[in-house]
Structure formats: C-alpha cells, structure tokens
Design a protein around this ligand. Structure first.
Ligand code: BGC
Length: 341
C-alpha cells in the first residue's frame, strides 16, 4: 500500500487499548491504556499533534536503524573492508545517521495474523549504500495488538551484501500519562546482572561488561527510577540520568521477560519481553522543557523512559559483544512485546 508521511493507523483491542502510529518513521505517536478503573491515559510522550510529530524530535516512538544506538567514530569492518558511516552524534554514528529509518516513509498494510486482534505490516527498502551501509536491505516490521494487552513488534530484514543491522523502537513511556510529570516515581526491574558502562571519552561503551551489583544500575529488584537518576555517581552524571545498555540474563535468543516498569500512582504496569540480548534504558536526559508536549505540558527531562530492545551499542567493533552481522541468505529477526497491565 502506498502511504504518505502523515498517514495514521490505529490498532485497537477488546479492552480499548489503542496504539496509533504514523507512516513517517513508523512512529508510535500514542498508546492509550486503561488503568484499573478503566480510565485511559496516553502513555507515550511526544507532541500534541501528529503534524508536530512530523517535524519535531526525530526519535519519539520511531523505528530506528539500520544500526540503532551508537557506532564509535562511525567505523566498522566486514571481511577486511572498512566502512565509514556519517557521524551525527559528536564523533559517533547514532540510529542510522542523519537520515535514519526514523525519517523514512514506511509502506503500511493491514495484516490478518493469528493471535493478533489487529495488525499492520510496515515495510521499507533501504538501497545498497543507504546511510553508507553496504547491501540493499529489505525490512519488515509487524505491529500487532493482542487482547492480552500486548503490543508486539516483530522485525525481520534481509540483505544483498554482508552488512550490519540492529533495529529498535524508540517510544518513551510514562505510565501515569504523558505530560503528567517525570518518571522518577516509576519503579523499574530489569533482569540484568550486568551492563555496559559509558566511556567518558568515547561517549558510549568501550567493550567493558560490568556487574550492576553495588552500583545505581542495579535494578535486579524493582526500584524507583528517581533513586538512580538523582544518584551522585559518575555513570549517572555522564548520562544525565540513565542512558545505558543492560545485558539481559537468561537463555540466548529465547523470548524472555527483560524488564517491568510500574507506576504506583496509576497502578499501570508494563512488561517488556524480548529475544534480544540487550535493552537500552534511556530516561530522556536531553529534554529541556523548551518544547510543548501532550496535555500542553513541557517535554521535560526524565519525562519518560525508553526501553529499547536491541543488541549492544558498538557491537560491530567488539568481538565479545553480540553479532550484528547479516549476510545474504540469512534473516535478521527480533521480537519485542510491550505488555500492559
Ligand atoms: C540514546 C540516547 C540518545 C537518544 C536520542 C537513545 O537511544 O541512548 O543517548 O540521546 O536515543 O533520542
């Protein structure tokens, strides 16, 4: 189906949970979730109108790629050939560079898939050399909604030449409701005993995998985000809150519970399941209240938390990190389930 950037699509289930997304960047622009009493709140932060979502912050709710997260100095090698990507984030490449998948108009078609109350298939062809990556890559993303209040994102991709890939979704959640304040009072639990610290010079990871134990990054037991965001700690200061990749425990490649976010005020809860090895938790430290968001409230620092399932930052440059390589004949697959309760 041919789509225009501004086209909007809505998925709705029997419990009135409703997900709306835009062809532009495949951006999830609202998720309306009932609380225990059935009151609906929009739990993803962003702009008040879809028109603003077309022009504003590039990543709100968007699909990111070809390589979500950072590639140090934009450099990587495959089979002895070095590639140089655009550096759009200081000296690093972030989320596919200046014209990442978040800026593309995705093809969107309704799909009837067993298990989903409603579903859409999004598709994109990224030509050979696009964003300076090798290979023509065909990407398909399914957005599906179940009557169990699961918003499921399934990614797949194929390439014509060896390349690297890492796709994710960049929605920031605030379970009390977008525009109602920060997520400092939200509780987060992550099934991760290790994380990848930020290297101050590189502005991202350096290959180190460190235990969370004894650090503010220990979310093995549910803990208020504010405790970490306000901690007097070097890693927290570097990220202006949390902007870290957590190394998920559990069986490699299996779909597993990665993290649980809950808001004591509204009683809403969000479980994130994935088959990916990592989850980037980002509390939006770069928002500075200069823009107006939902409910007419400023888009503020720590106003939402992104929970981006993916492989690790800069994986192509660290042999002991998960493999980002995709070769012709192989299929990249990634599943992420956001389950609301
Ligand atoms: C990154 C942040 C970055 C943000 C941009 C996140 O995925 O972890 O460092 O600032 O994307 O929206």
């Amino acid at each position: 189906m041919t789509t225009k950037a501004s086209d909007l699509f809505t998925l709705k289930n029997k419990n009135n949970l409703e997900v709306t997304f835009m062809a532009h960047g495949g951006r999830v622009i609202s998720i309306k979730v009932p609380d225990a009493k059935g009151n609906l709140a929009d739990v993803v932060i962003g702009y008040q109108t879809p028109a603003k979502a077309l022009k504003g912050d590039a990543y709100f709710g968007a699909l990111c790629g070809r390589y979500a997260n950072r590639v140090v100095n934009g450099k990587f090698s495959i089979d002895g050939t070095e590639y140089q990507l655009d550096c759009n984030n200081g000296s690093n490449h972030l989320h596919g560079g200046f014209d990442g998948f978040n800026t593309r108009v995705w093809g969107v078609a309704p799909a009837s898939i067993t298990g989903f109350e409603q579903a859409y298939k999004l598709s994109l062809v990224s030509p050979d050399g696009d964003q300076k990556y090798p290979g023509e890559v065909r990407v398909e993303v399914t957005y599906g909604l179940t009557n169990d209040n699961e918003f499921v994102i399934e990614y797949s991709a194929k390439t014509t030449r060896p390349t690297i890939i890492n796709l994710t979704s960049h929605a920031y959640f605030n379970l009390k409701g977008a525009g109602t304040g920060t997520v400092e009072n939200h509780e987060l639990q992550i099934n991760a005993t290790r994380y990848t610290p930020i290297d101050e010079k590189l502005g991202t990871v350096n290959g180190e995998i460190a235990p969370v134990k004894g650090t503010p990054m220990d979310f093995t037991k549910a803990k208020k985000l504010g405790l970490t965001c306000n901690a007097n700690n070097h890693q927290v200061k570097l990220a202006n809150g949390i902007d870290h990749n957590f190394v998920l425990d559990g069986e490699k490649g299996a779909l597993k519970l990665a993290a649980t976010l809950s808001d004591p005020d509204s009683g809403r809860k969000l479980e994130v399941y994935t088959d990916q090895p990592g989850i980037q938790i980002y509390t939006g430290g770069h928002f500075d209240s200069s823009e107006t968001g939902k409910l007419g409230a400023p888009i503020q620092k720590w106003g939402g938390v992104a929970m981006e399932t993916q492989i690790f930052p800069d994986s192509p440059n660290h042999a002991h990190f998960p493999n980002a390589l995709l070769r012709p004949g192989e299929t990249y697959k990634h599943r992420c389930v956001y389950k609301f309760g």
